[in-house]
Structure formats: structure tokens, C-alpha cells
Design a protein around this ligand. Structure first.
Ligand code: GLN
Length: 435
């Protein structure tokens, strides 16, 4: 499937033996024996990390990401790193130097992106849990395509220390797992304050793994523009309608609400995220990290040639787009305007959660598509994120649950979004939905 780009064979067996010893002494951590792997944009000291890019060729992490360290501290066993779209930019895991990840349900289909390797590995049973990152949907969309659970925590719930930055005001690390229990347990371990990341919330994480559904009727909403959207697969639409009537039958209220700005979400996301990316990716200059062009002879052409040869096409497109929207002449008409709309979306989302416990939608407008099909058209690819980006623009937690199968044999995901820091409620409701 092309899911793993590196397997830590001997090392993981050694680690497993150490954990065995701890178990026999009754001293093992709460994740003892949990086999996990990490997306190739998360750092693990002394191991290679490339963000799926040639520009990081040969680069080794100088420190371990806090989320990874917290899993290791609880005796989870790390077995390798996983393919992803270059710097997290993509929705199909095709923008990678390692070749496209194949979907375990059908190897002519994409696994989704950008955490495609993470989703495929968990779905195929190659590891129990994988860490991914979600900037605009990169945990939830591949989870949906591969029939597993994918959780994006509230922005600032999990430390981003050691995550190679794409768009810093959106990026979050989160788990991809076979079930809600595993995702809850991993979140419980990785969440919480970190001296290495000043943006992490100091709010104490809940015991997510013990969150139980209280069986009280919930107030649920769905955005009618999502359901009425042109291009939504008819079976997925039917699936959502069914879920709505099932929930109503069980005594919950489910109301349609309106978000007329739905069509603005993707453009706003792509203006702000590319602006942030153009700044974050400036550090890859052929001097500090990884790849340097053979034809580098002076400073200027070291930068130009290394970046031209080292970055893939999509990354270059985004750096140029981001630089353009930040340029003096266009700053106000694109970047500032997009920031204003982001605030508007944040306010509207906040208002939604004053009235409702959860917002449900399909995770994606259709099931996994064929490899190579959308690769040629960036705009079609960007529209993949239509249902997932609201949570990133507003910062809310959201989860994708594998709750149905399409007649084409591919999985369908339901997305549940909750109020900020309400992961506990979101996870207990997710368990209830999955039972
Ligand atoms: N598909 C989106 C993008 O390409 C989301 C990526 C992500 O969440 N990292 O930017």
C-alpha cells in the first residue's frame, strides 16, 4: 500500500522486549504493547523525517515531538513512519516522493490525505494507532476514506512541538485508530500543556477513555447547505438523512441550521493556510536542512536551485499563492479579507454551539476516488475539504466515524463536531453512535 516509508524493525522488537520486562514487574505504562506509527511530518529524535519531500532528504530529527514522547513514556511501541502528502499539502496522498498510498479497501483508490499512510496502516491492521496531523481535514478525510476513526482535537489541545509546521494557526496532531476507545485513550495521553509549545492550552485534559454517554437527549444540528450541496454523492446524502431520523427516533433533537458562507470556507482556508505556509517553509533554504542543489555555487542560487529542485509542484504552487496574498498590493484584498471572514466563521460556529451539542455532516462529499483522477486539477482537489475545514478555521474538535459502506464497496464517514474542549462529550457521543 505504500503506507510505511520506514520500519524500525530491530528497534521496535528491542523496545517490545523492554516493555515485556516492565509488564512482568508490574511496572508497565498504560499504553504497554500498543503498536503505533507516526506520520512522516512528526519528529522522532535520531530518526529520519522528510514530510514526504525531497527537500528534507537525509534529515534526521534533533528532538522528539511531545506527542510521540508522551506515547513512549506510557510504553507504546513505535514501529515506523508513514507516507503523507508533502508538508501535509493534499487530499489524496499523491503529492509525495514515495508514490501514492493505496487504499486498503481497493488498491486502485486513494487513501486520502494528507495523513494517507497513517489511515491505510491502521485500516490494514499494520499498527493499532497512528499519529497524523490535521490542518484542513488531513486526519478525518483519510480516516473516512479508509474506514477508520480519525480525531482532530481542539486547536491547542495537543502540543505541536515536533510537528513540521504547515499552517501554524490550524495544525493539530491527533490519532487515527480502529475504534473510538483507542482514539480516546491516545488523546488522553497526548493532550495537555507543554513547555515547548506556548500555544498549548493549560486546561487539564479529561479522562477521555472513561467518558461515558449519559443517555440524555442531545441537541444536534446539521448544516443544510452541506446536505443540499451539489456534488454530494446521493448515497452519502441518504446515509446522513437516515442518521438524522435514527437520532430523532432515539429522542434527540436534530435541527437544520444555515451557514450561507459554506462556499467561502475553502477559499478562505486556502488563502490563510498558504500565507502561513509561505512563511513556515522559508526555512528550507538548502543551507539549514536536508537537500542542497548540486548546482549551488553562491548564496542566491543555493536558495533558488535547492528550493526549485527540492519542493514538489503542489508545495511550490502554495508558496507562490501564499506569497502573493501577502504581497503589499494584494494583502488587504486577500489576506486581510480572509482573516475577517475567518473571524466571522469563528463567531458563527461559537453561536451554533451555544444552542447545540454537536454538528453532524458527512466527512467527505464522496468516497475514495481513483488514484490519478483529481491529481491534475488543484481546484477540484481543494474542494475535497469542504466539510472538514470549518473545524480548522474555528479551532473546534471534530471526529470522523466509519459508520457505513457505499454500494461501491468503499467506507463512508460521519463527522461529528463539538464545542471547543468538549472532546469528552464528543467521544462519548461517538461511542454511542458507533455501538
Ligand atoms: N487537504 C488540505 C490541504 O491540502 C488539508 C491538509 C491538511 O489537513 N494537512 O491543505
Amino acid at each position: 500500500m505504500n503506507a510505511f516509508v520506514e520500519v524500525y524493525s530491530d528497534e521496535s522488537l528491542f523496545q517490545a522486549k523492554q516493555v515485556d520486562k516492565k509488564i512482568s514487574k508490574g511496572k508497565a505504562g498504560k499504553l504497554a504493547g500498543l503498536v503505533f506509527a507516526i506520520k512522516d511530518n512528526i519528529c522522532y529524535k535520531g530518526h529520519k523525517v522528510s514530510a514526504g519531500s525531497k527537500i528534507l532528504k537525509g534529515f534526521e530529527s534533533l528532538f522528539t515531538a511531545t506527542a510521540v514522547q508522551k506515547l513512549l513514556d506510557q510504553d507504546a511501541i513505535i514501529i515506523g513512519r508513514l507516507n503523507c502528502d508533502e508538508f501535509g499539502m493534499g487530499s489524496a496522498n499523491e503529492n509525495t516522493i514515495y508514490g501514492a498510498v493505496k487504499n486498503p479497501y481497493n488498491d486502485s483508490k486513494v487513501a486520502g490525505g494528507s495523513s494517507g499512510g497513517s489511515a491505510a496502516a491502521v485500516s490494514a491492521g499494520l499498527c493499532l494507532v497512528a499519529l497524523g496531523s490535521d490542518t484542513g481535514g488531513s486526519i478525518r478525510q483519510p480516516a473516512s476514506f479508509c474506514g477508520i476513526v480519525g480525531l482532530k482535537p481542539t486547536y491547542s489541545r495537543v502540543s505541536r512541538h515536533g510537528l513540521i509546521a504547515y499552517a501554524s494557526s490550524f495544525d493539530q496532531i491527533g490519532p487515527l485508530a480502529n475504534n473510538v476507545d483507542d482514539a480516546s485513550l491516545v488523546l488522553e495521553v497526548i493532550a495537555g500543556a507543554d513547555n515547548f509549545d506556548s500555544t498549548v492550552s493549560r486546561r487539564k485534559p479529561e479522562n477521555y477513555s472513561r467518558a461515558n454517554f449519559d443517555n440524555k437527549p442531545k441537541k444536534i444540528a446539521y448544516i443544510s447547505e452541506c446536505l443540499d450541496r451539489e456534488g454530494l454523492d446521493p448515497e452519502i446524502k441518504e446515509f446522513l438523512k437516515c442518521k438524522i431520523s435514527q437520532l430523532k427516533k432515539k429522542g434527540h433533537s436534530v435541527d437544520p441550521i444555515s451557514l450561507p458562507e459554506l462556499d467561502l470556507l475553502v477559499p478562505v482556508y486556502y488563502i490563510i493556510s498558504t500565507a502561513e505556509a509561505s512563511s513556515n517553509l522559508a526555512r528550507f533554504d538548502g543551507v539549514h536542512y536536508g537537500y542542497r542543489s548540486e548546482s549551488a555555487s553562491d548564496l542566491e542560487n543555493t536558495y533558488i536551485n535547492s528550493r526549485t529542485e527540492g519542493f514538489g509542484e503542489e508545495v511550490k504552487r502554495r508558496i507562490m499563492l501564499g506569497t502573493f496574498v501577502l504581497s503589499a498590493d494584494y494583502h488587504d484584498s486577500y489576506f486581510t479579507k480572509a482573516q475577517k471572514i475567518r473571524r466571522l466563521i469563528q463567531n458563527k460556529t461559537k453561536a451554533m454551539f451555544e444552542k447545540y451539542d454537536f454538528i453532524i455532516s458527512p466527512t467527505t462529499p464522496h468516497t475514495a476516488f481513483s488514484i490519478g483522477k483529481k491529481h491534475t486539477n488543484p481546484t477540484t482537489m481543494y474542494l475535497e475539504d469542504i466539510f472538514t475545514v470549518q473545524a480548522n478555521l474555528a479551532g473546534n474538535p471534530a471526529i470522523s466515524l466509519p459508520l457505513a459502506k457505499h454500494s461501491n464497496g468503499m467506507p463512508i464517514g460521519l463527522q461529528v463536531m463539538a464545542n471547543n474542549f468538549k472532546e469528552g462529550d464528543m467521544l462519548s457521543f461517538s461511542k454511542y453512535l458507533s455501538d
